[in-house]
Design a protein. Structure first.
Length: 255
């Protein structure tokens, strides 16, 4: 279900128009499905598709052909690969990672995220994906150069360690986004007053308040990746969860 939210009167920020509807944006589903079913695609990525619902997710965000999209903390590139099919030959995906992120071992193997990312890019010949191996603090983005940003399960790390640092990230992204640009945000739902730093979670309300403080508009939210059986008092790495956490999804707009 999609919950669409837009202020209808500037003088009353709390007055909201809520519309339950399907997304009207177009997406070349055939091109994305071709990528998802590519025999050269990483097997573990294919197995994760059931949990991540990538086609529905990209449609909800409104990401489309020809866009330039920044994948913040792309890790081993699961979403960077999918975004490459979304934006097509006329678009660009920027896969950003820190040196530390690239050194992490993937799913209890002796292969690092950086090595897996590079293997994916080469195996699938993804020439529209550019790697940027530096922190967001170091990254210099041209003003209004991005059509979209993906923040997948990473905003909690920024906010829980340092809320001011999270605001700096949002303000940097706001400058880099074109008017009407979209942040697609996914994160693990948490409870207010819990030890969310320890659990790697964040309450949805905390995120909404943070992005509004940075001057963005929360255009819509979705329970596409929700899991009501997930216990918000447990770590997201709980083995019994098998990665199926209760995740909220937000479409955030720069006006």
């Amino acid at each position: 279900m999609i919950r669409r939210i837009r202020p209808i009167m500037q003088r009353a920020a709390t007055c909201l128009f809520i519309l339950f509807a399907t997304n009207a944006w177009a997406l070349d589903a055939d091109r994305v499905n071709k990528l998802l079913n590519n025999p050269n695609r990483d097997l573990s990525d294919k197995l994760n598709d059931k949990l991540n619902k990538p086609l529905e997710l990209m449609t909800f965000f409104g990401f489309d052909e020809g866009m330039t999209i920044l994948d913040v903390y792309a890790a081993d590139g699961y979403f960077s690969v999918i975004l490459s099919a979304v934006v097509g030959d006329k678009g660009t995906v920027i896969a950003q990672n820190t040196t530390r992120a690239l050194s992490y071992q993937v799913d209890r193997t002796d292969v690092t995220a950086g090595e897996v990312l590079q293997q994916k890019l080469e195996k699938l010949s993804l020439i529209n994906v550019e790697r940027l191996d530096q922190s967001m603090a170091q990254l210099e983005l041209e003003p209004e150069s991005l059509d979209g940003v993906l923040l997948s399960k990473i905003f909690h790390d920024f906010y829980n360690r340092n809320p001011a640092r999270a605001q700096q990230l949002l303000l940097k992204l706001k400058i880099a986004l074109k008017p009407g640009g979209v942040i697609g945000l996914i994160d693990h739902n948490g409870n207010i007053k819990n030890d969310n730093l320890r659990f790697h979670r964040i309450p949805k309300k905390t995120v909404i308040d943070a992005v509004k403080m940075a001057g963005f508009v929360v255009d819509a939210e979705s329970d596409l990746l929700g899991n009501p059986k997930d216990n918000h008092l447990r770590s997201i790495f709980e083995p019994a969860l098998n990665k199926n956490t209760d995740r909220f999804v937000l479409r955030i707009i720069k006006q």
